[in-house]
Design a protein around this ligand. Structure first.
Ligand code: ADP
Length: 456
């Protein structure tokens, strides 16, 4: 069932209940009123007969019959009986209807509960006590409320018909309003359907920016914008990665082709092979980093997280960096801690190792003295690794961009690289729930600080 019909049905149920209750209250009130009115008429008729018979001396039984039978205010099929304290019938006006007259139980009931009302199907009866001096009589007046009942029945029929027509109308009106209220949603759905993966630049048109649907469209537009950015980053990444991979491959094949043009001496072969080997190493390093970046960004490593000692990671990374170039120097300073667990983080050892290696290698690569100074500190909740160098420094405007994949600032001089190291570092830090900050300006060295949450 669609929302439109569901809303219309809910509206219908609600309105029917309210309408039904209102009609029922009106009907019950009208029924009460009819009864009260008829009871009051029966009482008046009984009172009138008793007063005339018992208190007006000039009127006797026969005269009263004449007066009352001709009375225009008689009740339909009216019967009035008056009984003395012994239960003897003193007066009877009108024919006997139904049973053979009031029973002694009825008289007793009237005496104890005066006025006493009894509904016997169509006929209604009212009995009440009437005092004349010391004598107490019982007056029983009964009749048919033909007019009142017909009026009530008619009222009930009108209300029932109104209710049924109302219910049908409410359903269609409800459906119409639900349709009108939901038509902007349908338009949104249509617009959503027009947006494919290839045209993320499209946006939902907004009629206003206040109602809930406009808020939904706004959020959707925001989502599209973020997706579009992510797609763009992805495309750039692929384009840059292929470019970076192609350059060494082109260099390798170029060198080999030239080498094969003529016969060469062993020394020439060796020189070219060494150069090819160097390019192969660079390629290897690049593909490793690309792989690690993918790992860190997809979060696929979270399952492989475990306790990792950061001091050990620093020492292993230092060894690796020193092996890269004999001119490199890395000094590691580790703050004294009470407990070894103060140096533990929860993470992926391979990624953390790669993160530290990249930072150390950059410091050694860019600084003239090829020296990196590393501090490991432990605070209450975090462990921080600080990598300092006396290199060329990084211009403030490049602080954000150097963490983008394949971005290399102008300060690189002739150093080799692909611009992927810091973006990998950032991905690793984020995937470990840490933060990386940079304190540097052109000409005054750089300090990269990574803070990682301590293992719980
Ligand atoms: P690569 O080192 O291959 O160029 P990175 O992503 O590691 O790539 O670094 C990006 C850029 O950030 C570098 O090209 C360089 O301009 C700048 N950079 C990184 N580390 C340092 C540093 N320690 N000192 C100065 N500049 C740096």
């Amino acid at each position: 069932m669609n929302i439109r019909t569901r809303l219309a049905l809910q509206f219908l149920v609600l309105a029917s209940v309210i309408l039904g209750i209102a009609f029922a209250v009106v009907y019950l009130r009208a029924a009460d009123f009819r009864k009260e009115e008829f009871v009051s008429r029966m009482k008046d008729r009984g009172n009138n007969a008793a007063t005339m018979l018992l208190q007006v001396d000039e009127i006797d039984d026969r005269l009263l019959h004449k007066i009352e039978l001709a009375s225009p205010v008689r009740l339909p099929e009216e019967t009035i009986t008056i009984h003395d304290h012994a239960g003897h019938e003193v007066l009877r006006l009108g024919a006997q209807h139904g049973a053979s007259g009031p029973t002694s139980e009825l008289l007793a009931l009237v005496r104890s509960e005066s006025p006493y009302y009894l509904n016997m199907g169509d006929r209604e009866l009212l009995g009440f006590a009437f005092r004349d001096g010391d004598e107490e009589y019982v007056v029983i007046s009964s009749g048919l409320d033909i007019y009142g009942r017909r009026k009530l029945k008619n009222q009930a029929q009108v209300m029932l018909a109104t209710f049924l027509i109302g219910v049908v109308l409410i359903f269609f009106i409800g459906r119409f309003f639900a349709m009108r209220a939901l038509s902007p949603v349908q338009r949104l759905v249509w617009e959503f359907q027009q947006i494919g993966a290839s045209d993320l630049s499209k946006r939902i048109q907004l009629d206003n920016d206040k109602d809930e649907l406009a808020q939904l469209a706004l959020s959707f537009n925001d989502l599209l914008a973020r997706l579009q950015d992510a797609f763009q980053v992805q495309r750039n990444f692929i384009a840059n990665a292929s470019h970076e991979l192609r350059s060494p491959l082109t260099a390798i094949s170029g060198q080999l082709e030239v080498l094969l043009l003529n016969p060469r001496t062993n020394a020439e072969y060796e020189t070219v092979l060494r150069s090819v080997l160097e390019d192969m190493h660079a390629l290897n390093q690049l593909s490793d980093r690309l792989l690690l970046t993918a790992q860190a960004e997809t979060g696929a490593t979270a399952t492989s997280f475990g306790p990792v000692r950061m001091d050990e990671v620093l020492w292993v990374a230092r060894d690796e960096v020193l092996r890269m170039d004999t001119g490199y120097r890395v000094d590691v300073m580790i703050e004294e801690v009470e407990d070894e667990s103060d140096l533990l983080v929860t993470g992926n050892e391979t990624l953390l190792h790669s993160m530290v290696t990249n930072l150390m290698a950059n410091a050694c690569k860019f600084a003239d003295d090829h020296r990196a100074l590393i501090f490991l500190k432990s605070s209450r909740n975090a462990i921080s690794v600080q990598v300092q160098d006396q290199g060329p420094g990084i211009a403030i405007e490049d602080h954000e961009r150097i963490f983008e994949p394949f971005y290399r600032a102008k300060n690189t001089g002739g150093t080799k690289g692909h611009g992927i190291g810091l973006s990998l570092v950032k991905s690793i830090v984020l995937s470990h729930g840490g933060v990386i900050t940079l304190d540097s300006k052109l000409g005054s060295g750089s300090v990269f600080t990574v803070a990682l949450p301590k293992a719980a």
